[in-house]
Design a protein around this ligand. Structure first.
Ligand SMILES: [Cu+2]
Length: 651
């Protein structure tokens, strides 16, 4: 819940609020959020005409999961002297401290299997505290987030990656299985503790096998502290995470990817907005429950009713959008509403307007929109597939114009995105994304080292794989960071991976046996503090006339996206085209078919950091590598991160 036009903050309550105005006057107010009527009892000081800010000083249980905060919102608006907008109940427990001093924000999670039907079709998923999507984490810039994870999955380990968090000083809590830590074994409890150093919209997800695709993901939202003001204004906010969804289990999907002959996961059955979609149940048996061995599809279940985004006519909203899609590049549309894009991956960009927005897996955007359409109707929010010949219906949520009912579905057809293979439109939009000068630093003018990474699809001993400069990444049982810290032999490839692919590679041809790849566990080691350029080169797959979009994500850093190009990267002419003035700062950037993307980052964060395609099956098939720097300055590794592979002796 956000409160007050001038006061920055937000939170939810179960007990006591400390109200304060700019003159330092304070006043305690008892407050119960359990019902909207009790909210009305809250009274801001009417003695002062000055606006009152809201401060919360203790951990407060806000509301039950799924509770409708719209009523709460309306009630809060009755509070004298305050204007308020309740935008969502995001977690069972939140602690928000509005003062400058950093706080510790604690979460207690249990991970287990769960039956769920996000698109009306029931399947076994992975869930945190019985929730899908997993609980939202919300903290203030500078806070320390502590997440105590107990693994109750009977038969597999688990880890959580905090996507977009840099983990400075805590590289062992980055949550990448076998890179930064051992997986948390069944029955074990593991505590992540890390600082959230930059306000913005982020998410987290499982990072072991295909657990993200299995359901382990949630929002991670970092607010500005009270003494900082956002660069843009809005009346309320909402947050959504986009995903694609399969009815087949992730274990069967993984097995298929590893099998000879190869069995692809195929196009998703549904696209989900904030964990909800709608499969066409007529494609499945109507009996509920279905006969043994058949899928159950219950179209009338309230649990697969569309996600609802409530808005008050005339108000402007900040919409936080993230994509954790397993396979699909997505395009997001708010029917009939212009969106002004103001942030990308938690960093400020030069605002630009769109009616549809490409969101690649691993990316987030903050957009502003105003509820300025015919208020007698509700509208669709929709997602469609980009870059792959789609076989999945539009994923839909409802933009609800209050006081219309949330069950008032739009009568209009689902929003239509640009044609899936209209790559030029996607490239043009990607090039529109530029840093907001004065708020994001420009990149260093030159780099100390350049590596060119060619991603190819290869056949290795009958298995379909992806490789980078002919190395298809394989995880070892010993985490990379431990191998570096303790100089454990036999984990990392003894030969450094090549900085360049074979010369004059023909990106339009299928990979040939002469460019065939092998398995490996490489690490690119960078000098601490050095400036590194990474050119990711795309190419033809093993299918004639086919090249795919790959969203590249770097752990532990943001990078500047210096430019996109077509065909084979040619330093003699392409380097001069790099944007060194206002390139966007991001943690995930797409490389388009048959093209390249140029990234620059400063290797100033001691640790071992995956750099990989964020498409879950692609990473699983070897499309990743590891960057490392400051390996002589690595911190002591907590015992809880060790215990697997060759790390036992270092416990
Ligand atoms: Cu990929």
């Amino acid at each position: 819940m956000y409160i007050s036009a001038d006061c920055t903050l937000v939170l939810i309550i179960q007990g006591v609020l400390l109200l304060t105005n700019g003159a330092g006057d304070k006043r305690w107010t008892q407050f119960q959020a359990a019902s909207s009527s009790s909210v009305q009892a809250l009274s801001c000081s009417a003695r002062s005409k000055r606006r009152w800010c809201l401060k919360v000083t203790r951990q407060l249980k806000i509301c039950e999961l799924g509770q409708d905060l719209v009523a709460l919102n309306r009630a809060m608006k009755t509070v004298k002297g305050c204007t308020s907008v309740a935008v969502g109940c995001l977690a069972l427990v939140m602690m928000v401290v509005l003062q400058a001093e950093a706080a510790v924000v604690k979460y207690d999670w249990t991970v287990d299997y769960m039956f769920a039907a996000p698109d009306c079709v029931e399947k076994q998923i992975l869930a945190v505290n019985g929730q899908y999507p997993s609980p939202t984490i919300r903290a203030v810039e500078g806070d320390t987030v502590v997440v105590r994870v107990t693994n109750r999955i009977p038969s597999e380990g688990v880890v959580f990656h905090w996507h977009g968090m840099h983990q400075r000083g805590t590289p062992f809590y980055d949550g990448a299985a076998y890179v930064s830590q051992c997986p948390i074994n069944p029955g074990e409890t593991f505590t992540y503790s890390f600082k959230v150093d930059r306000a913005g919209t982020y998410f987290y997800h499982g990072h072991f096998g295909m657990q993200r695709s299995g359901g382990l993901y949630g929002s991670l939202i970092v607010d500005l502290p009270a003494n900082k003001k956002e660069l843009f204004s809005y009346d309320g906010e909402h947050s959504i995470v986009l995903n694609d969804w399969w009815h087949k289990s992730i274990y069967e999907q993984e097995l298929g990817l590893n099998s000879i002959p190869f069995r692809f996961v195929g196009e998703p059955q549904s696209l989900l907005i904030q964990g909800r979609g709608k499969y066409n149940c007529s494609k499945l048996p109507e009996t509920v429950p279905a006969p043994p061995g058949c899928l159950t599809c219950n179209a009338s279940s309230p649990k697969c009713a569309p996600h609802v985004i409530p808005v008050t006519p005339g108000k402007t909203y900040r919409l936080r959008i993230g994509s954790v899609a397993s396979l699909s590049s997505l395009n997001f549309i708010l029917e009939g509403h212009k969106m002004t894009v103001v942030m990308a991956d938690g960093r400020y960009i030069k605002p630009f307007d769109v009616y549809n927005l490409d969101v690649y897996s691993g990316q987030t955007y903050d957009v502003l929109f105003t509820a300025n359409q015919d208020a007698s109707k509700n509208y669709w929010a929709g997602v469609n597939v980009r870059g792959r010949n789609p076989n999945t219906p539009t994923g839909l949520a409802v933009l609800q114009y209050l006081p219309n009912s949330e069950t008032l579905l739009p009568t209009t057809p689902p929003p239509v995105s640009p044609v899936w293979n209209d790559t030029a439109t996607s490239i043009a939009q990607a090039k529109q994304i530029l840093a907001k000068v004065g708020y994001e630093a420009a990149p260093p003018k030159r780099s100390d080292r350049t590596i060119v990474i060619l991603g190819t699809q290869n056949n290795i001993s009958g298995n379909l794989k992806w490789a980078l400069n002919n190395i298809s990444y394989v995880h070892q049982a010993t985490p990379v960071i431990a191998a570096l810290k303790y100089k454990i032999k036999g984990v990392i490839d003894s030969t450094p991976p090549p900085d360049f692919p074979v010369q004059n590679y023909n990106v339009f041809d299928k990979p040939t046996p002469s460019t065939s790849a092998n398995y490996g566990s490489p690490v690119y080691v960078f000098k601490k503090g050095s400036v590194v350029d990474v050119i990711v080169q795309n190419a033809n797959t093993l299918t004639v006339n086919n090249s795919e979009i790959h969203p590249w994500h770097l752990h532990g850093h943001d990078f500047w996206v210096l430019g996109y190009g077509k065909e084979l990267y040619n330093p003699a002419k392409d380097y001069a085209t790099f944007n060194l003035v206002d390139p966007p700062v991001r943690n995930t950037a797409a490389v388009f078919p048959y093209g390249w993307v140029a990234l620059r980052f400063v290797a100033d964060n001691p640790g071992a950091w995956p750099f990989h395609c964020h498409i879950e099956p692609h990473f699983h098939m070897g499309m990743g590598t590891v960057f490392a720097e400051g390996i002589h300055n690595l911190p002591r590794l907590p015992a809880q991160t060790l215990g697997c592979g060759l790390t036992k002796q270092h416990l």
